[in-house]
Design a protein around this ligand. Structure first.
Ligand SMILES: NC(=O)c1ccc[n+]([C@@H]2O[C@H](COP(=O)([O-])OP(=O)(O)OC[C@H]3O[C@@H](n4cnc5c(N)ncnc54)[C@H](OP(=O)(O)O)[C@@H]3O)[C@@H](O)[C@H]2O)c1
Length: 324
């Protein structure tokens, strides 16, 4: 077979700028894997790219095929690659390179082999396909950037969505004391995932809270170091994953303070994926799935994600009527 189904973007716009149709299966380059995608997932970056927020990277037209996360089966690999045809893998495509390398909202994708990892043995494709981007974001923020240690405390602002639901579990597995911030409707889930304390932001003014944390992880991204400084310990860390430019600039304006402020942009990384796989196979981290959409209904999934009310993740399930 030379063609596949994919969600194709023709122009910037809302979900109506996407059509699910046939296109050519990508040509695998040396050092890459060709992967039959069984599941991908929706992340806010999908509709942000489609809306045109990242024109500075992608130019006049959006990438033809979006989608960061994938879980699937290796169809082709270099002869001496560590992955073999038939291996189950998961990974994150290079979002900045989506113009030249197709994303994962498709029956088949290609990805540099060194960025890919074996899929966790205890997950379904659907579960695994929801985790790479949010899992790597949580891991790179809490482990690499904040160097969160056992016995430290972390506040996770926006703990019930994609990144937050993994960040709670990861922080707990690292031995931290975890305070989550979410709406009352998601409070029970937050405790179930491992929060020691939960702040319902609809009932309590988060900024009036007098506790102090070693790490203030701003997943919602609507705060900054200045507004939450009183809630961060003297040597503590503030991380924002949404307002990257202003957070980076404010870090430059903060050189004499011991409290640090960081913007994190997720990067595909096979070692970090393998570390997450370990936590998942040890049952310290699980996927939280709100809804599974078929590829044909990806427009509804994008619209659902834009409500900011998703609990955990939205999965995209790929049907395979061909062997690609
Ligand atoms: N820099 C990076 O590399 C990177 C990586 C991943 C994501 N991101 C960005 O990070 C943000 C979060 O991503 P995500 O995948 O976690 O999004 P998401 O799954 O869409 O987040 C949805 C959650 O946000 C919560 N929420 C909405 N308003 C809130 C508020 N005022 N206070 C606390 N929680 C609130 C909702 O919880 P309630 O209903 O309980 O309020 C909902 O469960 C997005 O802007 C995304 O683009 C950046």
């Amino acid at each position: 077979m030379t063609t596949m189904n994919a969600a194709l973007c023709s122009h910037y716009g809302d979900a109506s700028a996407l059509t699910v149709g046939e296109t050519n299966i990508p040509d695998r380059q040396a050092g890459e894997l060709l992967i039959q995608v069984h599941a991908s997932s929706i992340n806010p970056v999908d509709w942000k790219i489609l809306r045109g927020d990242l024109r500075v990277i992608f130019g006049r037209k959006p990438p033809q095929i979006l989608g960061g996360d994938f879980a699937g089966i290796v169809l082709e690999a270099d002869e001496n690659d560590r992955f073999k045809v038939g291996d189950k893998v998961w990974g994150l495509t290079e979002i900045r390179k989506l113009n030249s390398t197709p994303g994962a909202h498709a029956q088949v994708t290609r990805c540099a082999s060194h960025l890919v990892d074996y899929m966790p043995a205890n997950l379904s494709y659907t579960e695994a396909g929801t985790l790479p981007l949010v899992g790597l974001t949580a891991y790179q923020s809490l482990v690499h950037r904040a160097q969160l240690q056992a016995g430290q405390s972390v506040l996770i602002n926006g703990c019930s969505g994609g990144v937050g639901s993994i960040a709670i579990q990861l922080a707990k597995a690292l031995g931290a004391h975890v305070t989550g911030v979410c709406s009352g409707a998601n409070q029970n889930l937050a405790y179930e995932l491992g929060c020691d304390d939960v702040i319902d932001y609809q009932r309590r003014d988060l900024i009036a809270c007098s506790d102090q944390f070693d790490v203030w992880f701003d997943v919602v991204g609507h705060r900054n170091l200045r507004t939450v400084r009183h809630q961060i310990k003297p040597n503590g860390t503030y991380i924002n994953i949404v307002k990257l430019l202003s957070t980076s600039l404010s870090a430059l304006l903060n050189p004499l303070r011991k409290q640090s402020s960081h913007a994190v942009f997720v990067a595909p990384d096979a070692n970090d994926l393998a570390a997450l796989r370990g936590q998942i196979e040890d049952e310290a981290i699980r996927a939280v799935i709100d809804t599974v959409y078929p590829l044909d209904d990806i427009a509804s999934a994008l619209a659902h994600n834009r409500t900011h009310r998703v609990v955990g993740k939205l999965a995209i399930a790929m049907a395979h009527t061909t062997n690609a």
